[in-house]
Write a protein that binds this ligand. Structure first.
Ligand SMILES: [Zn+2]
Ligand SMILES: [Zn+2]
Length: 285
């Protein structure tokens, strides 16, 4: 598969994601990617990977990421990984170093729900649990923003200054959720995870779109079905939603037709599907 470059809610996204085959969502402005199924050449330039789970179509490109950055003289990558997977990923990398007879430096950061993992530019990654067939995390990327307490907003600047000098707290700091990514998950994550409701950009998988795989079966496989989103329209208030990980059984034209048919118009207007693009020679290899 080859990646697509899109703009979703002001965020540049370079992404490839097809259920079962390969997922890597690059955010060039934030210098990171979510998951790294096969390490697309452009993902080598992202120093940080936030890994959701250890399925091969999401994690298989880690060794290539470390090796290519080493080869090109770039800084060692940082991989934020689910804490239960960290020892195995470390061991896997160690085997690759032995086979490759090279250093392949990488910093592995074990992550758990609710951690605040510092990123570049004053941002943080906050992991949250997602329901899937194996242990999985999603990530919210937040930027703390300090502003005047709302109840003081109408006061003249001198009055605010007086209160501040008197020791009264005049500002509050809140996390702006710039983007949230759920990895592979069932739709229940939307019911349980408050960070998602606050996301400016939500990147959500939607593996199955029609009755060929019904919603119950999608859930049993640990995935989202389009009907799960239809029934949760009121929870999907995010200004921009990118749907990824659609099953390879659907063509681009079919994805667009089904979304137009099944999603309520207002929700449809905020949804961008990541459409499959095949490399011209893909069938030969
Ligand atoms: Zn997957
Ligand atoms: Zn998976």
């Amino acid at each position: 598969m080859i990646g697509s470059t899109l703009r979703v809610g002001g965020l540049e996204v370079r992404a490839v994601s097809v259920g079962g085959l390969e997922t890597c969502i690059e955010l060039p402005q934030l210098r990171l990617c979510f998951d790294i199924g096969r390490c697309p050449p452009t993902a080598v330039r992202r120093p940080t990977v936030l890994l959701t789970h250890a399925h091969v179509d999401h994690a298989g490109g880690l060794a290539t990421h470390a090796a290519m950055r080493d080869l090109l003289g770039m800084t060692p990558p940082t991989w934020v990984v689910p804490a239960p997977n960290a020892p195995d990923i470390e061991a896997l990398l160690e085997v690759w170093r032995r086979l490759d007879r090279s250093g392949m430096p990488a910093r592995i950061v074990p992550a758990g729900p609710g951690d605040r993992i510092p990123l570049e530019g004053g941002r943080f990654a906050i992991p949250f649990r997602v329901p899937h067939r194996v242990y999985g995390l999603g990530y919210a990327v937040v930027r703390p923003r300090t502003h005047l307490r709302p109840e003081l907003a109408g006061l003249p600047p001198e009055a605010v200054r007086e209160r501040r000098l008197a020791g009264e707290p005049v500002t509050v700091t809140e996390d702006v959720v710039e983007v949230a990514f759920c990895g592979d998950t069932t739709a229940e994550v939307l019911d349980h995870e408050p960070l998602l409701a606050r996301a400016k950009v939500l990147i959500l998988e939607c593996t199955f779109l029609d009755s060929r795989v019904p919603p119950e079966k999608a859930r049993a496989q640990g995935h989202v079905h389009l009907e799960d989103l239809r029934s949760r329209t009121e929870r999907l208030r995010q200004p921009a939603i990118l749907l990824t990980h659609v099953s390879a059984r659907h063509s681009a034209a079919e994805i667009l037709r089904i979304l137009d048919d099944r999603l309520p118009g207002e929700l449809r207007s905020r949804v961008t599907p990541l459409l499959p693009r095949s490399a011209p020679d893909a069938a030969e290899g």
